[in-house]
Design a binder for this molecule. Structure first.
Ligand code: UD1
Length: 331
């Protein structure tokens, strides 16, 4: 049976994946510096699964401590979620982003090499497609072109580093999971996305508006060539996403495997607002403002490869995500 180290396992996607892994009977340990999370997440994982995973309060930039974790861990697999992920902040603090995301990953990889851990799944992003000049992306599209921010570039660079490691070690297995737009939370409402600081993705902002912490949602543009003028994205429920990691892990093989994790269906910003209002029974205050620099009008996944090869398919809807989010919001 696999023994998994989840870096960033206390974060939004990491914690949901840890829950699903434990539910499937896998042994999991977490390495996290709580930069964008809280220690109480561990209690929630325990109350949802009956298991309290071993938690290493370690910064992945601390190579010695990372090594200690591996030395005693006997891991067979790593799922690497840890990293900085705020797009706007990455433009302002590029060195911090390159250092954390790249050096952190190198530390993990060095320890994996030292202790013979041969399987890694990496949290990548649809952002690696840059501007694909088409509305739907499949995994064969070129990556790394027209990337507009350091965050996205680190995702691309780490993908390339991992591919090189596979060239050098024929037994090494890399799975790159390119997430589209993760939303929602565990249906219990216990676990969810609660970023420290000011959020910049749509769902956490909607939550803050609903809580009254932010006065209104700014809709970034209503003059795109889409069905209602607002941008279209592929919102994927985080529990579906979590299950994608497990299937990916169960299909690991030497070499590089790449999968989009998305629904294949697009939703506009106004449709997201409507879905929130329907699920909550409350109005969501918003105003339309100018376009946000770097936004693509439409970006959705072609996720057929994951279905074909992993037997994975998103099952939950945006409505499910809204219902679960509101449950989390109301505590
Ligand atoms: C963004 C990043 C992407 C990153 C992803 C996950 C940009 C240009 N892209 O994707 O690199 O991988 O987050 O972290 O930042 N919106 C509003 N008002 C808001 C916030 C968002 O109207 O206050 C709209 C956006 O215009 C977009 C949609 O909501 O159409 C989703 O935005 P967001 O959650 O930031 O995700 P992406 O832009 O798809």
């Amino acid at each position: 049976m696999a023994k998994v180290l989840a870096t960033g396992g206390m974060g939004y996607i990491g914690s949901h994946t840890v829950v699903e892994l434990i539910k499937k009977g896998y042994e999991v340990e977490i390495l996290d510096n709580l930069y964008n999370s809280k220690e109480t997440v561990l209690d929630k994982i325990e109350s949802l699964t009956g298991v309290r995973p071993k938690f290493h309060y370690v910064d992945m930039l601390d190579a010695e401590k990372v090594d200690e974790v591996f030395k005693n861990g006997n891991f067979t697999n790593v799922i690497h979620f840890a990293g900085l992920k705020a797009v706007g902040e990455s433009v302002e603090k590029p060195l911090e982003y390159y250092k954390t995301n790249i050096d952190g990953t190198l530390n993990i990889l060095n320890s994996m090499k030292k202790y013979g851990v041969k399987n890694i799944i990496f949290s990548s992003s649809a952002t690696v497609y840059g501007d694909p000049h088409q509305d739907t992306c499949d995994e064969s599209l070129p990556t790394g072109r027209e990337l507009t921010n350091p965050y996205g570039k680190t995702k691309f660079m780490i993908e390339e580093i991992l591919k090189d490691v596979c060239v050098a070690d024929k037994d090494f297995s890399v799975t790159l999971l390119r997430y589209f737009n993760p939303v929602g939370n565990h249906e219990s409402g216990l676990l969810g996305e609660d970023p420290n600081g000011i959020p910049n993705n749509l769902m956490p902002i909607i939550m803050r508006v609903a809580k009254g912490d932010i006065e209104e949602l700014s809709v970034f543009g209503d003059d795109y060539k889409t069905r209602d003028g607002s941008c279209i994205r592929d919102y994927i429920h985080v529990v579906d996403l979590a299950n994608g990691h497990i299937l990916a892990m169960e299909h690991e093989k030497p070499g590089v495997s790449i999968y989009n994790l998305g629904t294949g269906t697009g939703t506009t910003v106004f449709e997201m607002i409507n879905a929130f209002e329907k699920a909550s029974g409350e109005k969501l205050p918003y105003k339309v403002v100018g376009r946000r620099a770097g936004d693509l009008p439409i970006l959705t996944a072609n996720a057929e490869k994951a279905e074909r090869e992993l037997g994975w398919k998103a099952e939950k809807t945006v409505e499910d995500a809204m219902r679960d989010t509101i449950k989390f919001l109301r505590g």
